[in-house]
Design a protein around this ligand. Structure first.
Ligand code: ADP
Ligand code: MG
Length: 201
């Protein structure tokens, strides 16, 4: 393994500069290589509403499963639901995947962003239409807040399209800030957040 000096006062920046996927990965000094870390469980939310959303979700899951140091353990059903944000957008399809990974949360986010890019996601307005959106919902019961990454995902407790598929595959997944399980959070949703979802698979 090649080790380089990283940081320059912003350790999170050097961690994000890891190159994936590659065999000649460079690691900033002071961080364990993924293979030296214990695998942990994380949950990833997937969504798409442009092109062929179901196909894109399936492709994103295949890419996630093919990523180094990431195993997809479970995938929820696909749920169709009306879009947030600007009116007149096509409906979304959403799902949640349970993964086991040795990657740090920042490395996992980088993998998710790389998949979005590889699949041609174009940067548009916030909450606007998208080819694919991959969010890190929960990571090993940890609480993280940085300039580029907040875990648990700050909106997850309000969203039926996150909590319904999450509770389907992991009712006991723990929200370390709200101190509730996915099933408990799902039960607290306003009924319309659940009722508007249509399960496709
Ligand atoms: P959206 O909020 O609609 O999902 P984006 O997917 O464009 O918007 O994400 C915007 C930024 O949110 C990303 O560049 C990423 O750095 C940041 N972000 C912070 N926390 C998370 C998280 N838990 N999962 C995914 N992205 C996150
Ligand atoms: Mg996102």
């Amino acid at each position: 393994m090649k080790i380089i000096e990283g940081g320059r006062g912003k350790p999170w920046l050097s961690r994000l500069s890891l190159r994936f996927p590659t065999s000649s990965r460079t690691m900033p000094l002071g961080f364990a290589a993924p293979t030296e870390r214990k695998p942990v469980i994380a949950y990833v939310g997937l969504g798409a509403n442009l092109g062929e959303p179901e196909k894109q979700l399936t492709e994103a899951l295949a890419r996630l499963a093919a990523a180094e140091e990431v195993e997809v353990l479970k995938v929820s059903g696909f749920y169709r639901n009306p879009p947030l944000g600007p009116p007149g957008q096509p409906w979304f399809v959403n799902a949640v995947a349970k993964v086991r990974t040795r990657l740090s949360p920042e490395e996992l986010l980088r993998v998710l962003k790389n998949i979005e890019q590889a699949m041609g996601r174009v940067t548009r307005e916030r909450w606007g239409p998208r080819e694919i959106d991959l969010d890190l919902l929960l990571y090993n019961g940890e609480v993280l807040s940085g300039p580029d990454l907040t875990v648990p995902h700050p909106e997850m407790q309000h969203r039926g399209f996150v909590l319904v598929p999450l509770a389907e595959i992991a009712p006991l997944a723990w929200h370390p800030v709200l101190k509730k399980t996915a099933a408990e959070l799902e039960a607290m949703l306003p009924p319309r957040e659940r009722e508007c979802l249509e399960k496709l698979t």
